[in-house]
Design a protein around this ligand. Structure first.
Ligand code: ATP
Length: 327
C-alpha cells in the first residue's frame, strides 16, 4: 500500500448492459493534488467519479481510497465528498437550509457543521437565505461545492464543477480548490475546458472509450517529443521564415490564427527543434516578440491520444469482422 496515494485503482471495469463504460482502468492519484479528468463525451469520466463517491460499484477490479478498499455497498467512502451530474439541492429551501439539512442527514450538529464558513468560501454569503429555486447554474455549482466542503473531506470529487460559472466565479473557485490542495485536500475533477485544467491541475488523466490513455503530470505532456504547432511573432518575419525553412526538424505550417499579412509565422516542431530555432533567430539578430502553441499541449495531446485510441478501436473492429467472415 502506498500511503501517499489518495486513489489507487487496478483493473477497474464497469459495464452498463453492453456498454463498457470503464475498461480495465488503472489509476494512481497522489494526495494533495488537483487531478483533472478529461475525455470526449461518453469516455467514462462520470462513471469513474461515481465509483469514487460510492454511487455505483465496479464489476471487477480493485479500488482504494486512502489505502482503504472501496466496498461493494453503495456508500460514500470515508473522507470523500462531491457530486456528479450537478449537485442535488432542495429547490424550496434556502442555501443555508440546504446545508443544514445535509448536515442533519449526516447526523452532524448544524451549529458546528461549518455552514457559514462553507458558504463564505464559495462566495454565497450574501444570498445564503434565498431559496435555491431562483439560483443560477453557477450559484448551484457553488452551493454544491459548499455542501461537499461541509464534512472537511480529504478527497473532493467534482464532475464539471465550473459549468455555468462566470469568469470571476471561476477564478474564485480555482482559488478555493488551489488553497484546499495546498492544505492537503486531494481534488479530482472532470472538465471539458482545457484552460481550466491547465490553470488548476498538476496531474491529468485522459480517458477515451473507457480506457485510460494517459495519466501523469501535466508537464509530461508538454515535454513529450511530439511536434506541435507554434505561433511566432518576430521583428523580421521574412528572415524568420527563411531561417525556419532551413532549420532541422521544423516544418512551416499553415497560419490558422487568422493574423494574416505574413506577420505571424506558424511552425510545426518538437520542443527540442523549437529551442534550436529560437537560439538561431536570436543569433541572427531576429528578436522574438511572441511564442505560443497554437493549441495548448494538453489539448494537442488530448486530440492526438484520443484520435489514436479511436483508430485502434476501429482497427480492432475491422480485425474482428475479418476473423468473423474468414471463419
Ligand atoms: P460526458 O463527457 O458526456 O459527461 P463521461 O466521460 O462522463 O461523458 P460517462 O457518463 O461515464 O461518460 O459514460 C460512459 C459510458 O457509459 C457512456 O457510453 C454512457 O452512455 C454509459 N453510461 C453511463 N451511465 C450509464 C447508465 N446509468 N446506464 C447506461 N449507460 C450508462
Amino acid at each position: 500500500m502506498d500511503s501517499t496515494l489518495a486513489i489507487r485503482a487496478r483493473g477497474i471495469t464497469k459495464c452498463f448492459g453492453d456498454i463498457v463504460a470503464l475498461d480495465d482502468a488503472d489509476l494512481d492519484v497522489a494526495q494533495g493534488h488537483v487531478h483533472g479528468m478529461v475525455g470526449p463525451n461518453g469516455a467514462g469520466k462520470t462513471t469513474l467519479l461515481g465509483l469514487l463517491l460510492g454511487l455505483t460499484v465496479a464489476d471487477s477490479g480493485r479500488l482504494e481510497v486512502f489505502g482503504a478498499p472501496v466496498g461493494r455497498a453503495f456508500e460514500v467512502p470515508g473522507g470523500v465528498a462531491g457530486f456528479v451530474d450537478g449537485p442535488g439541492l432542495y429547490p424550496s429551501l434556502t442555501a443555508r437550509q440546504n446545508l443544514a439539512a445535509l448536515a442533519a442527514l449526516r447526523g452532524d450538529d448544524t451549529r458546528s457543521a461549518g455552514i457559514d464558513d462553507a458558504l463564505e468560501q464559495v462566495g454565497l454569503t450574501d444570498v445564503a437565505d434565498d431559496r435555491t429555486r431562483g439560483y443560477s447554474l453557477g450559484m448551484r455549482q457553488r452551493l454544491g461545492l459548499a455542501a461537499a466542503l461541509l464534512g472537511k473531506p480529504r478527497l473532493l470529487v467534482l464532475d464539471e464543477p465550473f459549468n455555468g460559472l462566470d469568469p470571476a466565479g471561476k477564478k474564485h473557485i480555482h482559488g478555493v480548490l488551489t488553497r484546499l490542495a495546498r492544505e492537503g485536500t486531494s481534488v479530482v475533477l472532470s472538465s471539458h475546458r482545457m484552460d481550466d485544467l491547465e490553470a488548476l491541475c498538476s496531474e491529468v488523466t485522459i480517458l477515451a472509450t473507457g480506457r485510460i490513455v494517459f495519466s501523469g503530470p501535466l508537464g509530461k505532456l508538454a515535454t513529450e517529443n511530439r511536434a506541435l504547432d507554434y505561433r511566432l511573432l518576430t521583428s523580421d518575419p521574412e528572415r524568420a521564415r527563411g531561417l525556419a525553412a532551413d532549420a532541422p526538424g521544423i516544418h512551416l505550417a499553415d497560419d490558422t490564427t487568422g493574423r494574416q499579412g505574413g506577420e505571424v509565422l506558424v511552425v510545426r516542431a518538437p520542443v527540442a527543434a523549437l529551442d534550436d530555432l529560437v537560439v538561431r533567430l536570436v543569433h541572427e539578430g531576429v528578436s522574438l516578440r511572441e511564442l505560443a502553441p497554437v493549441v495548448s499541449p494538453l489539448e494537442a495531446a488530448f486530440l492526438a491520444l484520443t484520435e489514436h485510441q479511436k483508430n485502434d478501436t476501429r482497427q480492432q473492429k475491422t480485425d474482428a469482422q475479418q476473423q468473423e467472415t474468414g471463419r
